[in-house]
Design a protein around this ligand. Structure first.
Ligand code: SF4
Length: 349
């Protein structure tokens, strides 16, 4: 079966082509066509010998997912449901910030982590996405933005799926995205978000890359966290905190804590106090991103009042914890992560 070139890091492709008797330069040349000139047809790669183009056509392909459904919000948010070659469907979302265009990439078809508030996890994991499929999500979005002279400038691996449950493919994908000969997206413009798989957090810190790590914290103590995130039973704070400390020591990077504000559950001033203590007492180098909840009507959770969110943020800031409230996108479309897919594919609520 032809291998999709979108899943190759430059190092892997160079090695592969060297094994076929090609020059060291050949992989860079092909990268230049794909990512620089956006040419996905081997016959158009005119500076590659005809013989090798035949080899490329026989053994490789450059395949992007197809758009199954597309929604566009008034604020410019684009949400697509993409269909992979085997019919699997995944969601990608483009959020237009004033500093650039950020894509939220899915890393798995469905998710097994079972977070209680999440629409993405309504459908169990069917399989991991390959690095090529994740790159396909970005290239499809770039195709949609091209007519406006824009392209994806930031990547968040924060869509459906747990990235560290698909570690190798996600690492290859972000390396290709970051490669100056591929998408050349700066490491600090790429974020991988985990729900708290400790082995993955520790391994990621040792990769020697500058790409951001976000942790979906969502609670300041085990009691609330275990109520809404089953992963917290396998990795309670006594395991999670040392993993985060190890990550910080190895990478020297600041962490982002994602914190979805759920009315009367984790949004009280007591929770804010506990969160400050958690970060301070454990000497965690982290900033907190408070996320207004996009309600999923069949789930029991409701979004916090704006005043509650503001008070929570103010308390953190007053106590020296860096904190922002995430801008909201796509209010007039299926805004919650995974909502579009579960509607189309049929999730059990
Ligand atoms: S929040 Fe993320 S990890 Fe949790 S169920 Fe949803 S997609 Fe999976």
């Amino acid at each position: 079966m032809p291998q999709n070139l979108l899943g190759y890091t430059l190092a892997k492709l160079t090695e592969e082509f060297l094994g076929r008797g090609q020059s060291k330069y050949r992989a860079k040349q092909v990268f230049g066509w794909i990512y620089g000139k956006k040419i996905y047809d081997f016959d158009a790669m005119t500076d590659i010998s005809k013989d090798f183009r035949e080899v490329l056509k026989r053994d490789y392909c450059i395949k992007l997912p197809t758009i199954y459904t597309k929604q566009e919000a008034k604020d410019g948010t684009i949400k697509v449901l993409l269909e992979m070659e085997d019919g699997a469907k995944v969601e990608s979302v483009l959020m237009p910030y004033n500093y650039g265009d950020a894509i939220c990439v899915s890393s798995q078809v469905g998710c097994n982590m079972g977070c209680a508030f999440c629409a993405s996890g309504l459908l169990r994991k069917e399989r991991n996405l390959t690095a090529a499929e994740m790159m396909g999500e970005v290239l499809v979005m770039n195709g949609l933005l091209a007519e406006f002279g824009r392209h994806v400038t930031h990547i968040d691996v924060m869509g459906t799926g747990e990235p560290f449950d698909n570690y190798d493919n996600v690492l290859d994908f972000i390396k290709i995205a970051n490669d100056p000969f591929a998408l050349a997206i700066g490491a600090r413009h790429i974020t991988v978000s985990t729900c708290g798989l400790c082995p993955g957090i520790k391994a990621y810190g040792k990769e020697g890359i500058q790409i951001n790590l976000a942790l979906s914290l969502h609670a300041p103590n085990d009691e609330i966290r275990q109520q809404i995130m089953p992963i917290a039973k396998a990795y309670p704070f006594e395991k999670l905190i040392p993993a985060l400390q190890e990550y910080s020591a190895d990478s020297g990077r600041r962490l982002t804590f994602e914190y979805i504000m759920l009315k009367d559950l984790n949004d009280t001033l007591d929770c804010a106090k506990e969160l400050v203590a958690l970060i301070r007492d454990n000497h965690l180098f982290a900033y907190v991103n408070l996320i207004p909840y996009n309600e999923v009507k069949e789930k029991p959770y409701r979004r916090s009042d704006k005043t509650r969110v503001r008070a929570f943020a103010d308390y953190l800031l007053k106590n020296g914890i860096n904190c922002t409230v995430r801008k909201e996108f796509g209010g007039d479309i299926d805004a919650a992560c995974g909502q579009l897919r579960s509607k189309q594919v049929g999730g059990k609520l």
